[in-house]
Design a protein around this ligand. Structure first.
Ligand SMILES: [Zn+2]
Length: 76
């Protein structure tokens, strides 16, 4: 009989690659004024859904939920 090759562990170790996802910090959407004790929304809500924030793009803001898009005025 030939030499038996020593097999390594059958379970191949899968490298766990942690994908870094961009962390959306919710507090960025709000601007708290402690002196006035008020909280202002720095981002717009979707007028259709009324519960989703509009995604900020370079020249437009859009809702990922319903596709509502609002074009910003182009800076002259
Ligand atoms: Zn929407």
């Amino acid at each position: 009989m030939g030499k038996k090759r020593k097999k390594g562990p059958s379970k191949t170790k899968e490298k766990k690659v942690k994908r870094k996802r961009p962390v959306i910090k919710l507090y960025q959407f709000y601007k708290a004024d402690y002196k006035k004790n008020t909280v202002e929304r720095t981002k717009k809500f979707c007028p259709r859904c009324e519960s989703n924030f509009l995604a900020q793009h370079s020249n437009r803001i859009s809702c990922g939920q319903c596709g509502y898009t609002e074009y910003l005025k182009a800076a002259a």
